[in-house]
Design a protein around this ligand. Sequence first.
Ligand SMILES: Cc1cc2nc3c(=O)[nH]c(=O)nc-3n(C[C@H](O)[C@H](O)[C@H](O)COP(=O)(O)OP(=O)(O)OC[C@H]3O[C@@H](n4cnc5c(N)ncnc54)[C@H](O)[C@@H]3O)c2cc1C
Length: 413
Amino acid sequence: MQITKPEKFYDLVVVGGGMVGASFCCALEEALGDKPLSILVIEAIPPNANLAKQSSFDARSTALSFGTRKFFEGIDLWKMLGEAVSAIHEIQVSDRGRLGSVEINADEQNVEALGYVVENKLLGQVLNAKLNESKKISLLCPALVSSVKAIEKGMQLRLTHGDLETNVGASLVVLADGGKSPVCEQLGIARSIERYDQHALIANIVFEKSHQHVAFERFTDTGPLAVLPLPSIEGKNRGSLVWTLSVEQADQYRELSEAELLPLLQERFGYKLGKILEIGETFVYPLSLSIAKEQVRPGLALLGNVAHTLHPVAGQGLNLALRDARALVDVLISARERGLGVGEMNVLLEYVAGQEADQAITTQFTHNITKLFSSNNEAKVWLRKFGLVALELLPNVRRSLAERAMGLVKSKS
Ligand SMILES: Cc1cc2nc3c(=O)[nH]c(=O)nc-3n(C[C@H](O)[C@H](O)[C@H](O)COP(=O)(O)OP(=O)(O)OC[C@H]3O[C@@H](n4cnc5c(N)ncnc54)[C@H](O)[C@@H]3O)c2cc1C
């Protein structure tokens, strides 16, 4: 429910009602059932703000793993997404200008779909509707948290809401405020950052032919180029483009008109979906691997991009964050059943211990793929060629790659 004035103290305050913060709250509410827990979500950007201002529910689309589908089904959100979701039945991976390509398909993996694609703004509408109709979760939006500090009973947040500046206390603060988090900086939580010197240019594309539920991942000399299937609208065959470019190229391409950009994209992507008919508004995202050096403190847990921001090449960032969210929900529920406080450090360390292997493996997997497929180094080109051929020839290797991409691998610590 939307509120206009916060209470003085909550059991849990979530900073950031983006994809991760909102999903975490909905999962926690579901798991709590009738058990009491006071929850406040503080979100800076109102849902009707223009897309360029939104950091979570912007013009991007997100590939959701099979595991994420199960997560959303568990909180009754999947059916609300309905027709907004497009299934991926096949993934075609290829290396532009070189031999070697591989197809991973749902039939071979014995699943209904390898994954699903949803536009962030539609996912945002559904998550927002869930938060608004919730009886347990209070939503304060627009409101900006400027600082968080440790106090005796947990954490104290300083926030601005309209003309008002106020303090709110919490036993536990879940920081889900994205990869740029000034709050994290103010708390003195250091990050390890590796910049890829790449930007992702994203846009919605209209093709001559239907995608037939195939996702394309093409590796080019500037980096990977992905086209994900989107539901068609008014008979238009739509796909979502994530085009990794050097920083200079991205700066140059974002200034081009649709007519200028179209042949460049057609040349890179080829004619698998026929002619490109339209390119929607383009947006550019700098890409880096950024990991917080602490994920928990007494009364504090980091979730989503603030904890780990990954390259989008393998579509793992949100999917991993939702596995973290599920794990944190389970630990908090179990803590309450055992009479422990939700902000206690041993409770939060239990969460970290449960997720660290999954986080490490997913991060490394994404990083290795990014490095391998963004290079013209002859050795890497050979490894790539060999890798694609091996994947084509060895069904077991293909299966394990598909399982990781589908989010079905739960790494054990
Ligand atoms: C081009 C691209 C494509 C991607 N594709 C995929 C994909 O296919 N599959 C996948 O799994 N992942 C993908 N990702 C990753 C995915 O987008 C991120 O994992 C996800 O956005 C993280 O969400 P978040 O809620 O942690 O952070 P954000 O999306 O940044 O949300 C943070 C929220 O916090 C709010 N906020 C910030 N500061 C404050 C404050 N001080 N007070 C109050 N509110 C605040 C913001 O307004 C925002 O709503 C992609 C990323 C990129 C860049």
